[in-house]
Ligand binder design. Structure first.
Ligand SMILES: C[S@@+](CC[C@H](N)C(=O)[O-])C[C@H]1O[C@@H](n2cnc3c(N)ncnc32)[C@H](O)[C@@H]1O
Length: 207
């Protein structure tokens, strides 16, 4: 990230997320890239987003960033890994954001939809990359008519475009990401904008 712009962005930032960034780096925990986060935060402010559903909490970094920029924002975030869930809960407590962020310990493929809201303004898909399409199909009907779905890592470090020399497992995963991107591009009733930002971001809206 450009340090000059980062300093400008930080002028109105109310929390210090350095410990979370350092933890994620030290333990190799994938979190949303800086520029992608800025786009998500811009949508939250510009569209006056009130409710967010996040698939993939990890240590709570993105949820904490989203909650901090808008004090009346409510977030449901789903995490299947117990260690990550516990870390997220601890971090959310540290930043005193328990009233804004609810973490669900569950597999997003199986969570009971009845426990979630029916009218999210924003759905952020950031869990197992090979399953993004499953998550999209499972949660799209919980989106408000004018809501948006943002999917992260649609380029997966450039491997989706250049699949040469990949191991069988990685190839299988990037093929699924590729299929998802093409599915989004041609989906009736929706329009998706694809960006190179961060690790690639898809921004999907209903027509
Ligand atoms: C990229 S990390 C999330 C990063 C987080 N959104 C951030 O930017 O701070 C992906 C997380 O999704 C979780 N995950 C993967 N598959 C999942 C599933 N089916 N249901 C719920 N969580 C899942 C992983 O355990 C991991 O912690």
């Amino acid at each position: 990230m450009n340090k000059y712009l980062e300093n400008l962005n930080n002028q109105k930032i109310t929390i210090d997320s350095t410990p979370l960034l350092e933890y994620a780096k030290a333990y190799n925990i994938p979190i949303v890239k800086y520029e992608s986060l800025q786009i998500i935060l811009s949508f939250i402010l510009a569209k006056k987003v009130e409710k967010v559903l996040e698939i993939g909490t990890a240590i709570g970094y993105s949820a904490i960033q989203m909650a901090s920029i808008k004090k009346d924002l409510k977030i449901d975030t789903i995490e299947k890994d117990l260690t990550m869930y516990n870390l997220a809960i601890k971090n959310i407590q540290t930043y005193q954001l328990e009233s804004q962020i609810k973490v669900w310990l569950a597999d997003a493929r199986e969570i009971d939809l009845a426990v979630l809201q029916k009218d999210y303004d924003l759905i952020f898909i950031d869990a197992a990359k090979a399953q993004s399409q499953k998550f999209f199909e499972r949660f799209k009907d919980l989106l408000k008519p004018n809501g948006i779905i943002i999917t992260d890592n649609i380029l997966f470090h450039g491997l989706v475009e250049n699949q040469e020399g990949l191991t069988k497992n990685v190839k299988k995963m990037v093929e699924k990401i590729d299929a998802y991107n093409k599915y989004l591009a041609t989906l009736p009733d929706y329009r998706t904008i694809f960006l190179t930002t961060g690790d690639g971001l898809a921004i999907t809206m209903r027509n």
